[in-house]
Design a protein around this ligand. Structure first.
Ligand code: 5GP
Ligand code: ZN
Length: 116
């Protein structure tokens, strides 16, 4: 997909509005439009890559930065000790936006011992 047609690239560029929580040089964080938990933030590299593995292959700096921003968002939201990270890779795993992103979820009681 060309970055021009990518929803998250357009959010990164500010062409489409989003509820931004934090930003770094290489990544942004904004609230999910359809939250699955009281805190549901998407942490997204500014560089367009279709998934996290592709991001890792193209830039370890971008990969490290996106995780640093995850930590900062958890701090800002007050959920450093109580959150879940989720990454869907591939349509079969539920990925709908093919621009790498990490879901940070918190504020819900996650069932102990169950991943999904
Ligand atoms: P995926 O299913 O690809 O892992 O996650 C994509 C996420 O993006 C979904 O949770 C969906 O609710 C969210 N999303 C889709 N469109 C928009 C949008 O226009 N703005 C925001 N803030 N989130 C969106
Ligand atoms: Zn993109």
């Amino acid at each position: 997909m060309s970055p021009d047609a990518c929803l998250f690239c357009r959010i990164v560029d500010g062409d489409i509005p989003s509820d931004r929580v934090a930003e770094s040089e290489r990544s942004i964080a904004f609230r999910d439009i359809n939250p699955a938990a009281p805190v549901h933030v998407l942490v997204v590299p500014k560089r367009h890559e279709p998934n996290l593995e592709a991001l890792a292959a193209s830039s370890t700096e971008d990969l490290a930065d996106v995780f640093s921003l995850v930590s900062r968002v958890a701090e800002l939201e007050g959920v450093t000790d109580a959150h879940r990270l989720l990454v869907n890779t591939g349509a079969e795993a539920g990925q709908t936006i093919f621009h790498a992103h990490i879901h940070l979820l918190a504020g819900a009681r996650f069932t102990e011992g169950r991943l999904v």
